[in-house]
Ligand binder design. Structure first.
Ligand code: GDP
Length: 192
């Protein structure tokens, strides 16, 4: 279920195969160290490994999530595998993205400031505007380490037409909720 497989056909939007489940190419964006891989690992394997090293090789993970409605969304989750160091990810990474999670670390002002850079990157490269979710990760850290308020993050999300959610890959708090939020929007997009 979690192995890499052939890329999904089609460009942009949920690729609704007749009779098949909705599909979602989800790209993870955000500076190195914010917890992108930890979020994927938490969702797909149910674990948190503080010493996790970057896995290079597999371009993405396949993950199926069943909603309470009975609809199953087939995710193709693209993690950067450290490429964020090069500022711009390969166009292949962004191509046909259905959804994007722009992740920052709530204890890092810099990672939050950089979230805007990643939004701009996405808008420059994505052919069709994907569903965008701003993710404030590491909420398990002590309150005194918090550097970004929920209000500031919600404001950034609002002004860029993004959803906002706070997570902890370490405790698992809201991680399933993040993927469900995306799946719900993909399965039944709100009327425009
Ligand atoms: P990535 O570079 O964005 O993929 O970040 P990683 O997933 O490699 O995580 C970077 C570091 O932050 C690692 O040391 C993780 O253990 C740690 N980390 C990730 N998520 C959390 C979290 O929710 N809480 C805490 N306290 N640490 C986290």
């Amino acid at each position: 279920e979690h192995a890499a497989s052939a890329p999904l056909p089609g460009v942009g939007g949920a690729t609704a195969v007749a009779g098949g489940p909705p599909r979602c190419k989800l790209v993870l964006l955000g500076d190195s160290g914010v917890g992108k891989s930890a979020l994927v690992q938490r969702q797909c394997r149910g674990t948190f490994n503080p010493d996790m090293t970057v896995t290079v090789g597999a371009a993405f993970l396949a993950h199926t999530l069943s909603l309470p409605s009975g609809v199953a969304v087939k995710f193709e989750i693209w993690d950067t595998a450290g490429q964020e160091r090069y500022e711009s990810l390969a166009p292949l990474y962004y191509r046909g993205a259905t959804a994007a999670a722009i992740v920052f670390d709530v204890s890092s002002e810099k990672s939050f400031a950089r979230a805007q850079h990643w939004v701009a990157e996405l808008q420059r490269h994505a052919s069709q505007r994907p569903l965008m979710v701003l993710v404030g990760n590491k909420t398990d850290l002590p309150a005194e380490e918090r550097a970004v308020t929920r209000e500031a993050a919600a404001e950034l999300a609002d002004s860029n037409d993004m959803l906002y959610i706070e997570t902890s890959a370490k405790t698992g708090s809201n991680v399933a909720a993040l993927f469900e939020l995306i799946a719900e929007h993909i399965a039944a997009p709100p009327p425009t």
